[in-house]
Design a protein. Sequence first.
Length: 475
Amino acid sequence: MKGIGFFGFAGVAAVFACLPGAVPHAKATNVTKLYEDTCAKCHGSRAEGGGAGTRSLISKDKFDQKWDKPFFNTIKNGDTNSGMEPYGNTLSDEEVWALVVHIRELQLKGLRESTPSPKPENGIVRTKLHNYRISDVVTTGLNTPWAIDWLADQTLLVTNRSGYMTAYRGSRAVKVKGLPASREIGQGGLMQVKVHPNGWVYLSFTDPSTTDAHAGMTKLVRGHLVFNGSVYQWTDQQTIFAANPSVYNGSGIHFGAKIVFDNKGHVFFGIGERGSSEFAQNVTRPNGKIYRVMEDGSIPADNPFVKTEGAIGQIWSIGHRNPQGLTIDNEGNLWDTEHGPRGGDELNFIQKGNNYGWPDVGYGINYNDSPFHTPFPTSQQKVTMPVLRWVPSIAASGLTTVKGNAFTHWRGDLLAGGLAGNTIQRIRVKAGKLVDTEEILFGIGRIRDVAMGPDGMVYVVVNQPDKVIQLSPIR
């Protein structure tokens, strides 16, 4: 077999032209072994290219998501002009896609080794549109900080997953008392804090089951914070959303919990599928959904499932795995970022009543290195696909829209954080479409939350090490 150029379909075909012979479809294929057995002999164990004329896959262009389908088609259908046999004869679509995911993992590793990452140099990070400086805001008294927001007087609120919130009045740390009881179960605990312009403070947290000491479920409440000169007191609590206690479980994953306001009287928030993927498509279960309620928790009459028998009326969209970022852009569009499994994190344009596919359609593979599904819905599956996907996963977390006059060249862009990816990425969208994306920070810790401060600066919650930092532009 021979390998030829790298551009156009023939070029993509050449990348895979020397696959020796596909492994027959097995019940639980190991993707790494499949690649080593079928691809590495010609294309290198690191996708660096090989002696049969195949070129390296380690390039920024070939890492772009636009090559997903061409890569898949080339492996599956082959190309006789380049001597590429059709491996769709011996591999399932899921196995073919899993090879694409594995190649993406190799590409990112190679690009990290060969391409400088946007990290501070002499205190300055240089990016395509802005250079900025990083400064510490809070570095002590934190225990897995989860989210931040500001009161009207610019007091900074920081939630900690372990169950407490601290208010920072200038350099002074003030305790907050009387918060609702939360339960730290794996990824869950005290999570989002969001301050409405009218003064109500909204919280999301893992509500403890009253019948099972190890179970809980995401709950949303609102209240007021009253300062008495020494502490803040949580008062006037009202429940905005609580699931039926019968669905609380002990799973430690996928709580969702982000909150945004549309300034039209509505509150949007997300709940993950809590480890029960099968419920993400079921409108009678709270798992794996984005919700829309009125500011007092009542159900809007025009919600999409209000008249569906047995459905939870607050549901706005379905088919989500773990929505960990939520924002409304400057055009009024709602966006979420959510976790895929091993690969397949998503940026989704959230629209009324739409189905975002989980668990039937996805870009990732199983954590045990076996194939899962493909990202190609059938004609019978009415699935809204992501505008941007991350393969490998970044463990998508906080999401915000850049506003104000400080970062003028980023204004209107989305900033998405990644936990496992240790990354912040700038995403430009227009009319629901992707325009541009750029990594603007890498390697300073697990990025938990990204938020715009009242001063127009970008604030970031970091885990490992636990701290809150500020990004400020250098003019």
